[in-house]
Write a protein that binds this ligand. Structure first.
Ligand code: AMP
Ligand code: GLY
Length: 420
């Protein structure tokens, strides 16, 4: 089978790696890919948010299955176009991708199915939003409705901070994404991510993970796309996972199908866990990055069979063969990230790292220059390992990191601290 993966980060390197483990894959193309992906697959230059271009590329290259990594093409309707063109696609149509593209839409679905989540109100004008904040008090959470690359959420400690966030959002700071604002009750607790595959109707849990969003050790400093992750998430026990499936995820999937927008792909539920109970923080319509890196390392070749079954509406009877293992990934980022950073520094030592089914360095933002790997993004490498215990995975990851020669990069040394 000829397969195309859309995207070019660490998540897509991990997806590509898992797909390549499966003998069913004859040829793999990743667009745009990166220098690490280019070691295992063909990379192609393609405007991945343009459905017409992607459909044409698939016809020209005899592609039979498309896996969409990031949210932007999904929200832009690329999966719709590919399905209209008769292709097998892993990833939801634009109508179902609204679960990530609109926070107000997700809130409305939760309300319709009575799923536990933060109380909220939805505003398109500043004045009523300000009155609501004054009446509710702080802490309180202000969210731009649309996609804002993870930056559209302000957890306000005080009423003043909340009012300032309203001024920013209605003042155009978040562009179109901020034209509508959701204001939410602040939820206390510990966050964890729950991943399920959905084939339009059936739901198959494929794992849990926790990530570290803050740039600094001890989970301090500004938010990032994620500085490291591990799987499984010990806080998401069997009982809590079952409650999240019964009260949040299955009702959401059923409601979307009832509305004529069946969900196909991976659904990532961000949960807040407190007192043995989960509430929904948000949905994403794709794998997490870097959560996919730990999930793919744990799933290996079967990931392709399961993604294909989800895309084809054939998840009934599928199951995941789990090993009793733990995986960890640590992000190496360019100095300065998530603020301004330099591109182009040379990364040494990558060629000598182990590359096995339990140790691998995924590339998130690299390119090649004069035969050497150079940094070309903020998050650059995802050093990933698995072991019988999380402590073993941790030790393998950090011993790989110690062999990488990249003075212009940094990582957190405390990934997994809650679980270790
Ligand atoms: P979101 O983009 O909705 O996931 O929000 C980003 C982050 O903001 C989440 O991962 C949480 O850490 C935090 N957050 C969002 N909503 C809430 C809430 N209602 N209560 C507490 N923290 C929240
Ligand atoms: N690591 C968080 C995300 O992918 O949204």
């Amino acid at each position: 089978m000829n397969i195309l993966i859309l995207g070019g980060g660490g998540r897509e390197h991990a997806l590509a790696w898992a797909v390549m483990q499966n003998p069913k894959c004859d040829k793999l193309i990743v667009a745009p890919g990166n220098a690490g992906i280019a070691e295992i697959a063909d990379c192609a230059d393609l405007d991945i948010e343009n459905g017409t271009d992607v459909v044409r590329f698939c016809e020209e290259n005899a592609v039979e299955f498309v896996i969409i990594g990031p949210e932007a093409p999904l929200v832009a309707g690329v999966a719709d176009r590919l399905r209209d063109g008769g292709l097998l696609v892993f990833g939801p149509d634009a109508a179902a991708a609204r679960l990530e593209a609109s926070k107000a839409f997700t809130k409305e679905i939760c309300e319709a199915v009575d799923a536990p989540t933060a109380a909220y109100a939805h505003f398109s004008e500043a004045e009523p939003a300000r009155s609501y904040i004054k009446a509710q008090g702080a802490p309180i959470v202000i969210k731009a409705d649309g996609l804002a690359a993870g930056k559209g959420v302000i957890v306000a400690e005080s009423v003043e901070q909340a009012l300032a966030a309203i001024d920013d959002m209605f003042g155009g700071e978040f562009g179109e994404a901020g034209a509508e604002v959701v204001i939410e009750e602040f939820m206390d607790g510990e966050e964890a991510s729950f991943f399920v595959l959905v084939d339009g109707e059936k739901v198959l849990p494929i794992g849990t993970a926790q990530d570290h969003k803050r740039v600094g050790e001890g989970d301090t400093g500004p938010n990032t796309g994620g500085m490291g992750a591990y799987s499984p998430a010990p806080i998401l026990t069997e009982t809590i996972a079952q409650q999240a499936l019964d009260q949040i995820i299955r009702p959401t999937v059923a409601e979307l199908a009832r509305r004529g927008a069946p969900y196909r792909g991976v659904l990532y539920a961000g949960l807040m866990i407190e007192g043995g109970h989960a509430r929904l923080v948000e949905y994403n319509v794709r794998f997490g990055d870097p959560e996919a890196q730990v999930l793919m390392m744990r799933m290996g070749a079967q990931a392709l069979d399961l993604m294909q079954a989800a895309a084809a509406g054939q998840l009934a009877g599928c199951r995941v063969n789990w090993a009793q293992d733990n995986a960890m990934t640590v992000v190496m980022a360019a100095n300065g990230y998530p603020g301004p950073y330099e591109k182009g520094s040379v990364i040494g030592g990558l060629e000598d790292l182990p590359e096995t089914s339990s140790e691998i360095c995924f590339h998130a933002g690299t390119s090649r220059r004069d035969g050497k790997f150079v940094a070309s993004g903020g998050r650059v490498l995802n050093v990933t390992a698995r072991g019988d215990t999380l402590a073993q995975a941790h030790d393998k990851v950090y011993s790989m990191i110690d062999r990488i020669d990249w003075p212009e990069g940094f990582c957190r040394r405390d990934i997994g601290w809650r679980a270790l």
